[in-house]
Design a protein around this ligand. Sequence first.
Ligand code: PMP
Length: 349
Amino acid sequence: MKQIDQWVRPNIRQLKPYSSARNEFSGEASVWLDANESPFNAPYNRYPDPLQTTLKNRLARQRGVRPDQIFLGVGSDEAIDLLYRIFCEPGKNNAVSIVPTYGMYKVCADINGVEYREVPLHDDFSLDVEALEAAVDSDSRLLFLCSPNNPTGNAFPAGEIERLITAFDGIVVVDEAYIDFSSHPSWLRRLDEFPNLVVLQTFSKAWGSAGVRLGMAFASPSVIGYYNKVKYPYNISAPVQRYALDLLDREGEVRSWVDEILTVRALFIERLEELPVVVKIYPTDANFVLVRMDNAPAIYEWLVAEGIVVRNRSSVALCGNCLRITVGAAGEMDILMEALRRYSQSVKL
Ligand code: PMP
């Protein structure tokens, strides 16, 4: 049995967290004089619920987990950063991940003074499980696996992820930011089996809410307890909590957005295949497509000149000459395709 406490930094294990007014009293009252708030400008005058109880109860029902298995952060980026602060002693512990992958795992390691070990994917973007296992040592505390992976778009086989969760003596983070676009099932179904598993999800992608900054970490109550200990007391604002509750009531609408994006994605891929400047379209489980092109930097510049911004990933490991293109609205993809056709024409002449 994996014991979470043994991997926690001693200062965090011993930490006496800040106790806010709303931690100490959370019942019903008619006169609130405990938090030095203003009596004016309701409802914004009041501090939000520090543990977001109503929202977590609603989310727990929707995702089939328990409220004590949820941490809510200012984007999943907050959930990533806090994992370093909970588990990694600067200059001593290390984190292991794949490359290419989402950039914030490394940035947060660098901010926290934690060694970050990058294990390249195979050329077809599959996991090198043996190399990951070889990169781990007794000071490794975090292993990041982004699935579906950004920027490659592919999801990793469950059997390989399970092998790593079982073998690793530390926290395995499966970042599922793009899971709603994937045919692979979420690891949330298996949360109870693995006390060292942290699943990240976000409202920023399928849920259409990147602007509100709301991310989720799902994990064993022990890990969530440490998250709650180190987070800022009122990290999720009251308007964001209310907004998310309303959005969860619109789940059907969100599903229809995802369906639409998947339809547009399929059509976009078909049309891309016809373009002579396209060298390879990588399979995708996400709301973006990684495309290897003939001279991606030139195409990137051409698109920018047309007012179209995609992500040039040419300088990223294994992604030479690749553009990462988000699947937008059908009309936006029409505009992009038109510009790409014009570029193809221009290089042919
Ligand atoms: N994980 C992955 C894989 C991402 O691609 C992103 C955003 N691009 C994030 C996490 C961060 O999401 P959030 O907006 O919730 O901070």
